[in-house]
Design a protein around this ligand. Structure first.
Ligand code: ATP
Length: 983
């Protein structure tokens, strides 16, 4: 037995690994070791059954999962053996077959891959040209759905019943024609053509001895077909999956593929794993209770192996902004109470949709908490990188009209949009590519019907020169002469790229140039002759006797291999992960993006109806499964929360999944108190050394408050928040503060000031202009709420008068006086404010002014001197008294383990005030009917230096953190530190 394959596996896992059955389904709930089991089975087949690695296909859904699996298998069987496995995403395995055997279905060798921006651009142009309605993303998603169902454009056209369907059929047809004319395959085509190939020429897979598939519940129909085709000769298949985690219905994933499989292979052995190794009992029970609301699902056993632990939290907050502030304060509190046992890497914020990240990013930025986003802007999507890659793509395959169009006038060459459009249409009508037409025009072989001025002609000539000279360069290189890096450097020089970036992005030039340098570094690695040879050799499918196979040449194919890997690196749900330094960072991800991952502490904010279940979701059960997937990512602590008003200030009600009878019993209403004994238990669960009692006590001292008691449990505004609006001297335009709360919170004069400050008000009496009935009603409700809070606050004040002033503990619904006017209870930031009495706060200017201007002078003495900064600070106690610099946050020093970003000065996080733009997941399936739920990306919010989170088990992303070495090109494409950059 190869060392250790079966050690650390339970009985059911061992059975799944060693079974002699040909077709095996391992079905199991989250955290039960499915991936671990699948990995062990691959190792077992290699080590014990002596299967040849090149005869085993392993399909995953993401590049990250593929890398992770390869790493784990390497540990069992060694690098030499592991690298020969045919292991990758469905798309990359299909690509390998098409590159090497595509000629059997008439596919040339030099086809390109249309990435999602190409596909979308094609659809957009078709819609525009035909003057159709509808958006390109939606139509692109619909095309993908049809392809996933195996319905081609002809079939759709025949079925089209009404004008709308006919319009779509036309888009679909033209889209296909465009791809064909440009010799491009999109992501769906890779799978479809591979199916066709394996049907036409089954001998291609005659060597395959075993097929293994991870996350099987996410397979769509084409992937199902592909499974059968890959395994058609021996029918040895192992899949692992969990129907409860099927969250890609909107990408045509079919849960019923599990039953289909059993029907197709009736001898299928099903093994259930029932022990959960990830989450505490309390988390598991809560998650289980929620998933069981779906009565149609078969009951399943799930056994926690950890202790019960802390009950999850279900918290109400007044607004999205308050929710974000609470979340950050809670992270700081928990970190401090754990004596820094928990570090930023241990926290994840999982979101239903990308747009929700903005408030949280702002709050994190304000507190200087470093974070990364899974699915933030991907390296290859950054403008400065994408442009160069587009140049490389055109050099490689000039028929790619979309790429030509994107680069023809960048850097500017006086080739206007109108001219490009005209040339494009002209090329289409002549049945040639845009590049061919431009080349003919420049070389005088054709006089275009499109108007081309002399200056445009010069611009086109410059463009043609860049491409032709680059092609010449490429043709002249050998494998030994670093073809890729030489080519890229040639382009950079020829384009005066550095100057172009300086001109175009004067403020961000350095960060962008750093990205270019990273790309160059990438091509240096990819140009290494040994590496190139290894890639070609490792990627080669085994020769099948009597079957013609195309071989790839190291020098000639370096560029197309590189580009294929660039494109596939971002395929499916995968977002290019970056590795490198292990700086501590919290993770923000969508729930979709977090699948298969785990963290000690997980927050799922915005748990309200409309967010989860999402207002645009067709399938509530899938939404519930999504919540379940999110909850089961947590190992030790889990927080769900909801604001009573969302970021649009609309009323929000807690998710229907969380208001069902009996759910409340599984949750606490506030964050846990963490005593020393709890820290010890936490350390045990996480298999870490527990900090000393002294360290815990010291760290606790840094907290302004050690309980989650600033925001009332009811979700109302904290007393302190509302007190700040009180104005005891109306009309004179200055502010004073009192914590004796009058019932009328907002006076007319207050509104004037609030409006000046950009705040909205809820007072019906003060609203200018037209006020709708709904607004009036809301206002009345709000007034009533506020009145109740006032009354309660007054009671609490009276009751607490005798209590010691230093008391930290806060009675529910009221903040401590110490935090009056201060920021929400954070661990760090600007210091707590001390008050001398019930009236004028005795704060110091320290609390109101930037630290550079700190003085010990008491605040009230300064009021008459210059009240403006003070007023600003006090009116907005949720914000630091100083203004955050508009410059990007500082990059945390690698040595820093504190959550405070102690920076070295270069940019690493960009905050954005613009709504997040859906990330371009290279989506055969994503651009569909549903919100882009697996994206956390804000195109303007480039959060870089993404790194795997640290976790405690070997299946975590930590393992997926590729080292910058050895594992081939696809691997190396993931392996850099991306630097800050914005589109
Ligand atoms: N037999 C075992 N003993 C100890 N730990 C285990 C065992 N099996 C799995 N684990 C640990 O449990 C955690 C979850 O494992 P894994 O990621 O393989 O689960 P999974 O079923 O694939 O989860 P999910 O479906 O949520 O992605 C990992 O940290 C893994 O190391």
């Amino acid at each position: 037995m190869a060392t250790g394959i079966l050690s650390n596996l339970n009985e059911a896992q061992c059975e799944a690994v060693t079974t002699a059955a040909d077709v095996v389904q391992v079905l199991a709930p989250p955290g039960s070791g499915k991936t671990k089991t699948l990995t062990a089975r691959v190792a077992y087949l290699l080590a014990e059954r002596r299967l040849k690695p090149w005869n085993i296909i392993v399909c995953t859904f993401t590049v990250k999962a593929a890398n992770e699996m390869k790493e784990r298998i390497t540990k069992f069987v060694g690098h030499e053996c592991a690298k020969q496995l045919k292991l990758g995403t469905f798309h990359s395995v299909a690509l390998r077959y098409l590159k090497q055997y595509g000629q059997h279905i008439g596919l040339g060798k030099d086809f390109g891959i249309a990435d999602s921006s190409d596909s979308k651009a094609i659809v957009k142009r078709i819609i525009k040209k035909n003057d159709f309605s509808g958006d390109a993303g939606g139509a692109r998603g619909r095309i993908s759905t049809q392809k996933a169902k195996g319905i081609d454009s002809e079939q759709f056209w025949k079925k089209a019943k009404d004008v709308e369907q006919q319009e779509f059929a036309r888009i679909y047809q033209e889209y296909e024609e465009t791809l064909k004319a440009s010799d491009l395959l999109d992501y769906d085509d890779l799978l479809l053509r591979c199916c066709l190939l394996l049907r036409v020429e089954p001998a291609c897979v005659s060597n395959v001895e075993a097929l293994l598939i991870d996350e099987y519940q996410d397979t769509n129909n084409i992937q199902y077909d592909l499974m059968g085709l890959f395994a058609q000769h021996r029918n040895v298949i192992t899949i692992v999956g969990d129907p409860d985690q099927s969250i890609y219905g909107f990408r045509s994933a079919e849960i019923k593929n599990l039953t289909r499989m059993k029907e197709q292979w009736p001898d299928t052995l099903t093994i259930n794993l029932e022990e959960n190794y990830r989450s505490s009992g309390a988390i598991l029970h809560a998650a289980q209770h929620i998933i069981e609301q779906d009565e149609s699902r078969p009951p399943k056993k799930l056994q926690a192996t950890h202790t019960y632990g802390q009950r999850p939290v279900l918290r109400k907050l007044p607004s999205a902004a308050a929710e974000a502030d609470w979340l950050v304060a809670e992270i700081q509190r928990i970190q401090a109470l754990s004596g820094d046992l928990l570090q930023p890497n241990d926290f994840a914020v999982l979101l239903r949709s990308a747009a929700l990240s903005r408030a949280i990013e702002t709050a994190l930025g304000r507190e200087g908490v470093p974070y990364r986003m899974i699915g933030g802007m991907r390296f290859y999507d950054r403008a400065e990188v994408k442009l160069l890659v587009d140049y490389l793509r055109v050099v490689d395959a000039p028929g790619n009209n979309e790429a030509v169009e994107r680069i023809i006038n960048v850097p500017p060459r006086r080739v206007g949009e109108g001219t490009v459009k005209g040339l494009h249409e002209e090329a289409q009508s002549k049945g040639v590519s845009l590049w061919s037409l431009v080349l003919d025009v420049v070389q005088g072989r054709c006089k275009p019907t499109t108007k081309v001025t002399p200056s445009t002609q010069t611009g086109l000539a410059k463009f043609v020169d860049v491409i032709l000279s680059a092609q010449k360069k490429l043709a002249s290189v050998t494998a030994e002469s670093a073809p890729l890096v030489n080519l890229l450097q040639h382009l950079i020089t020829k384009l005066s790229y550095q100057d172009h970036l300086k001109r175009k992005f004067p403020d961000e030039y350095e960060a962008r140039w750093t990205n270019v340098e990273e790309l160059v570094a990438q091509t240096i690695e990819a140009s290494d002759p040994e590496r190139l040879t290894a890639i070609v050799n490792d990627g080669a499918l085994p020769s099948i006797e009597g079957l013609e196979r195309r071989t790839e040449s190291v020098a000639e194919d370096a560029l197309s291999l590189f580009l294929a890997n660039v494109t596939l690196a971002t395929a499916g749900t995968e977002k290019a992960e970056q590795d490198g330094e292990t700086a501590q960072q919290l993770t923000i991800s969508t729930i979709h993006g977090a699948k298969g991952l785990e963290w000690p502490v997980v927050f799922i904010p915005a748990c309200y109806d409309g967010s989860i279940p999402h207002s645009r979701a067709d399938d509530n059960d899938e939404e519930r499964r999504l919540l379940y997937v999110g909850m089961t990512r947590a190992q030790a602590l889990l927080y769900l929360s909801t604001p009573l008003r969302n970021s649009q200030r609309e009323e929000a009600s807690m998710s229907t999944f969380l208001t069902q009878p009996g759910v409340a019993a599984f949750f606490e209403e506030h964050g846990p108190g963490i005593a020393i004994a709890d820290v010890r238990a936490l350390a045990k669960t996480l298999r870490r050394d527990c900090p000393s009692d002294t360290a815990i006590a010291e760290s606790k001292k840094t907290l302004e408050r050690d309980e989650d008691n600033y925001w009332p449990l009811t979700g109302e505004e904290p007393f302190e928040e509302r007190a700040k609006w009180d104005r005891s001297r109306p009309g004179d335009g200055t502010w004073s503060f009192s914590n004796t709360r009058p019932a009328a919170v907002f006076s007319n004069a207050t509104v004037t000031m609030q409006q000046k400050q950009g705040y909205s008000t809820t007072s019906a009496t003060t609203k200018p202009g037209f006020v709708s009935a709904k607004e009036q009603y809301d206002d009345i409700l709000e007034q009533q709420k506020l009145k109740k809070v006032d009354e309660r606050a007054a009671q609490v004040r009276t009751a607490s008068e005798d209590k010691p002033k230093t008391r930290k503990r806060q009675i529910e619904g009221q903040g401590t006086i110490a935090s009056f006017f201060a920021k929400p209870p954070g661990r760090v930031g600007y210091g707590p404010v001390a008050f001398g009495g019930d009236n004028l706060p005795d704060a110091t200017l320290e609390d109101a002014m930037p630290s550079a201007k700190r003085t010990k002078q008491p605040l009230h003495e300064l009021r008459n001197v210059n009240s403006a900064p003070l007023e600003r600070a006090l009116v907005r106690p949720l914000q630091p008294a100083y203004k955050l610099p508009s410059a990007p946050l500082l990059r945390p020093s690698p040595s820093s383990t504190n959550m405070l970003a102690t920076g070295t000065g270069s940019a690493y996080v960009f905050l954005s005030s613009s709504p997040p733009q859906p990330e371009e997941a290279p989506d055969p399936e994503t651009a569909g009917a549903m919100p882009r739920s697996d994206d956390v990306g804000d195109e303007k919010t480039a959060v870089v230096r993404a790194r795997p989170a640290t976790t405690f088990h070997t299946t975590s992303m930590q393992i997926a953190a590729p080292q910058r070495k050895t594992l081939g090109m696809r691997r190396s494409l993931q392996g850099w530190n991306a630097r800050g950059g914005k589109r």
